[in-house]
Design a protein around this ligand. Structure first.
Ligand code: TYD
Ligand code: MG
Length: 459
């Protein structure tokens, strides 16, 4: 038997070294090295070339695309993020903080895929616990019990593949990769070399058998997928399930997708009996208010290809302490500082001496820069204490000199604002050149600098 050897692995990127290093030469992070004892491997992932079958290069036009029939998850939002369903033979990774609902999402999906055999392997829960959860999901949503959903509690990959051989599933779900280990390596479950080796084994299995594999991965406290980045390189698709735990909303994003766009997001709501799809987020996210309150503005944002109308709320008040406080929920803090600086310079408000609090309703995190104008206008509204009508919406980015800049797919946003019954939408002047404004019933207000918007709203 080969002597056990210890290696050092970088927590961040999985870089392997035979001695401890202070700084990782691969990713440049400090203090990320951890020792792991690795038994000589019988078959290591690295040494085996994937697919021993001899294949010849083909002309691309001769390759038939029919082999890649996607498997629908029977969940519109999930399919949307995947780009239309699960591609056979692909390896997917679903990451998310503990308790966000990864197991719920996958079990629910497994239950609703009714025309295929699914094997759900859990290293975290017993079969009874899975059954309890399944019953809970069943009771509420009226989801059809999948006649061919097999569950097993197992943590060793070799056993899992034995179960796969006997069940012959069309989809394999493994919850979670951090609890799974392989007999080929001697280090403990959840260590970097284990995660790397297990992921490689699942990938080999998926590619050789054409069975898609869905892995659950935990997330570290700084938001990275626990375990090395190396896992993200191996898998075909990295999905992230996120949301504020104090709110019911959950967003499913794809961070990497070899078979679809990463711009799409899926929106769910966590309820007592499982996750419900939210197909029309805008109506959801706009708080129903009748009175006009200052400091609120509605942004017409786009998440992927989908328009989402989100309420932005600001509170500007005189600073009580010497140093003004700033806080932003769901919005980039540095971007808020930048917008405040622009407003101070261009509109002449002494915001530097005020506390500014910003909140995006619903606990969402918005990355679309098209939210800028709504943020700026809500701050101005709170500052002058004049409300903006809840029937106005905003879609533009802000530049450093106070110019209001165009955003992508503006006609999409305008059409949605029109559909939702808004009276006006504020967009950049440079966005409307090729736009047929008569198509829309909504009034399109064109602004080129932030002063225009200010005059139009508050003068
Ligand atoms: P879970 O799927 O176990 O999270 P993860 O696998 O990501 O760690 O979800 C756990 C949370 O979801 C738990 O705090 C309770 C909540 N939940 C509901 O609100 N409704 C439900 O029907 C279920 C199953 C869970
Ligand atoms: Mg779980």
């Amino acid at each position: 038997m080969a002597k056990p050897k210890s290696y050092y692995f970088c927590n961040e990127c999985g870089y392997q070294s035979s001695s401890w290093l202070g700084r990782c030469p691969e990713c440049g992070k400090f203090g990320t090295f951890q020792e792991e004892v690795v038994q000589a491997t019988k078959t290591s992932a690295g040494s085996k070339t994937a697919g021993s079958a001899v294949s010849k290069p083909k002309l691309i036009r001769d390759v038939s695309a029919s082999e890649t029939q996607r498997v629908s998850t029977q969940c519109g939002e999930f399919d949307r993020v995947l780009g239309g369903g699960i591609v056979p033979g692909s390896l997917l990774l679903l990451g998310g903080e503990p308790g966000i609902g990864k197991s719920t999402l996958l079990l629910q999906t497994a239950l609703s895929i009714s025309d295929r055999k699914v094997l759900y392997v859990s290293g975290e829960e017993s079969e009874q616990q899975i059954k309890m959860r399944a019953d809970r999901l069943e009771n509420g949503g009226g989801r059809r019990q999948n006649g061919e959903l097999y569950v097993v509690s197992e943590t060793v990959t070799q056993r899992i593949f034995e179960h796969v051989d006997s069940v012959q599933p069309d989809l394999l779900i493994v919850d979670s990769i951090q609890t799974i280990c392989t007999e080929n390596i001697d280090s403990s479950a959840g260590s970097i070399s284990q995660i790397r080796e297990c992921t490689a084994e699942f990938q080999r299995f998926a590619k050789e058998n054409g069975v898609p594999v869905l892995l659950v991965g935990h997330i570290t406290k700084d938001g990275n997928l626990a375990g090395p980045k190396v896992m993200e390189h191996i898998v075909d698709c990295v999905l992230q399930f996120e949301g504020d735990r104090n709110y019911g909303y959950r967003l499913l994003r794809s961070l990497k997708n070899r078979f679809g766009s990463t711009a799409e997001i899926g929106i769910f709501e966590m309820q007592g009996d499982g996750l419900r799809e939210v197909t029309n987020p805008s109506e959801f996210l706009l708080s129903q208010r009748d009175e006009n309150l200052s400091g609120c503005a509605i942004a017409a944002t786009l998440e992927g290809a989908r328009p989402m109308f989100i309420e932005v709320q600001s509170l500007v008040s005189s600073a009580v302490y010497g140093t003004p406080q700033r806080n932003a929920n769901g919005f980039d803090f540095r971007r808020l500082s930048m917008l405040l600086a622009v407003l101070e310079k261009r509109c002449g408000f002494k915001l530097g001496a005020k506390d500014v609090f910003l909140n995006i309703a619903g606990g969402l995190r918005v990355s679309d820069p098209g939210i800028d104008l709504a943020v700026a206008c809500s701050i101005l509204s709170s500052n002058v204490d004049i409300p903006i009508s809840p029937r106005y919406s905003f879609a533009a980015e802000m530049g450093l000199s106070g110019e209001v800049r165009p955003v992508g797919r503006v006609e999409h946003r305008i059409a949605e604002a029109d559909r939702l019954g808004f009276e006006k939408i504020f967009v950049s002047k440079y966005n409307t050149r090729s736009l047929d404004k008569k198509r829309f019933g909504i009034e399109i207000v064109e602004v080129s600098v932030i002063e225009d918007a200010f005059r139009s709203l508050f003068a």
